[in-house]
Design a protein around this ligand. Structure first.
Ligand code: HEM
Length: 407
């Protein structure tokens, strides 16, 4: 049987509408709101003939598919390719792209080194770095929000937290983009990213080696798990690779989108300034409102049923987290950016056994930056048109010209 984008082709299940759309077209990736709305209107699932897969954008079904690791596995890849049928472009992540019991052992190590208590130790360093950066940008007045802030901050603090010797911003950001584009179909966006594999991948592998990490960072703690026999040295390197894949571009995107949200919603910035403790919930609402990871797949490991729809084993299902986080039937005024909203249950960090293991760290970064903005910045002005960067699984800004005002 011929594969489609590396997976088994399927027929549209009974009752599921066919939808002639390309969710990975640049115009949708850069401006997805109408696509999200239409996807939800189609019902629990839509069948997308171009990729012979299902897509779900309603909150209930997206949550069910994304969280039920027994019926919908990650070990066959969280993109369009089915790893049972085709070799992926790089050895699979030993946490994101594996299932229990192997997942459980590796996840345990990451969860321990990134537990709340571990992140607590980093918070003061994050606060100082954020204060310094915001002071410097206030002095400059106008700046490029993506490069000068959204990328600069996580690359600086996250690299130090992990213990990287060489925090090359371009290579780290390009690696993240490559991994997230790699999850999509073999389109021009993916091919442009993959062209960088020969330069970036050996560099990343080198950064993950024990001798290239400081002895007091998260990286060293992961290698310590190899000393006790919990994992092997090779697995320790692979887990650090997972952090570098998943921990930079996502946070860059979250921070860039937070700046974009506040530049477009001055009233919400006023509320944040009145009560800087809202920095954390404001970051959370940014994640719900913009969903840095817009979609990831699951593969049906068994014949099953969701929302009255029969799903055959091997079906690829695109879980559109961005659409679920804006589902009006779950969220009141879903399309409104409201920093005092109760965001509990949003899917931006995923859910279930694969739910983001770095979420405490990401929140600490967001809180540090938005806290510094709340205390120091009077007004945020758009200083040009924001430009979005199409990516097969991340909703990222490419450029965000901004001006900070003291009052
Ligand atoms: C705002 C920032 C972030 C967002 C929106 C985000 C989002 C997500 C999502 C949606 C998943 C679930 C994937 C799935 O179930 O298939 C995930 C998993 C993961 N994230 Fe994050 N993430 C962020 C930051 C981070 C950071 C800072 C790190 C590292 C320190 C990290 C490391 C990971 C890892 C290793 C996984 C795989 C966990 C597993 O499979 O058990 N993420 N993230």
């Amino acid at each position: 049987m011929d594969l489609v984008e590396g997976h088994y082709p399927i027929e549209a299940p009974a009752g599921v509408p066919e939808w002639d759309v390309d969710p990975f077209a640049p115009e949708i990736l850069t401006d997805p709101i109408d696509y999200y709305t239409e996807l939800r209107a189609k019902g629990p699932f839509a069948y997308i003939p171009k990729y012979s897969m299902l897509a779900c954008g309603r909150y209930d079904e997206a949550k069910e598919v994304f969280s039920d690791h027994e019926r919908f596995v990650s070990g066959r890849g969280v993109g369009l390719q089915d790893f049972k049928l085709e070799q992926p472009w790089r050895p699979p992540s030993i946490v994101l792209e594996v299932d229990p019991p192997y997942h459980t052992q590796n996840r345990r190590v990451l969860a321990r080194v990134m537990a709340t208590k571990a992140v607590q130790r980093l918070k003061e360093a994050f606060r100082i770095a954020a204060d310094d950066l915001i002071d410097a940008l206030l002095e400059r007045g106008s700046f490029e929000g993506v490069g000068d802030l959204a990328e600069a901050f996580p690359v600086n603090v996250f690299s130090k937290a992990v213990g990287l010797a060489d925090a090359d911003r371009c290579k780290l950001v390009d690696y993240g983009a490559m991994v997230f584009n790699g999850i999509g179909p073999d389109n021009a966006i993916r091919q442009a990213s993959m062209a960088k594999v020969p330069t970036i991948v050996p560099w990343i592998t080198e950064q993950c080696r024990r001798e290239n990490l400081s002895d007091d960072g998260i990286g060293a703690e992961i290698y310590a798990a190899a000393d006790t026999g919990e994992i092997t040295e090779d697995e320790a390197g692979m887990l650090i690779r997972s952090l570098l894949s998943a921990g930079i571009d996502t946070t860059v995107t979250g921070l860039g989108s937070a700046l974009w949200c506040f530049a477009n919603n001055p009233g919400e910035l006023e509320r944040l300034k009145v009560d800087p403790k809202l920095a954390r919930p404001a970051f959370e609402e940014t994640l719900r409102f913009t969903s840095p990871i817009h979609s990831f797949c699951r593969t049906a490991g068994v014949d099953t049923e969701v929302g009255g729809v029969s799903i055959v084993e091997g079906t690829k299902i695109l879980c559109v987290l961005g659409a679920a986080n804006l589902d009006e039937s779950h969220w009141t005024d879903a399309g409104k950016f409201d920093i005092q909203r109760r965001t509990l249950g949003h899917l931006a960090f995923g859910i279930g056994i694969h739910g983001c293991v770095g979420q405490n760290l990401a929140r600490a970064e967001g809180e540090a930056v938005l806290g510094a903005i709340a205390r120091k910045v009077g007004r945020i002005e758009l200083d040009g048109e924001p430009v979005w960067r199409p990516n097969n699984s991340i909703r990222a800004l490419d450029r965000l010209p901004l001006r900070f005002h003291t009052a």
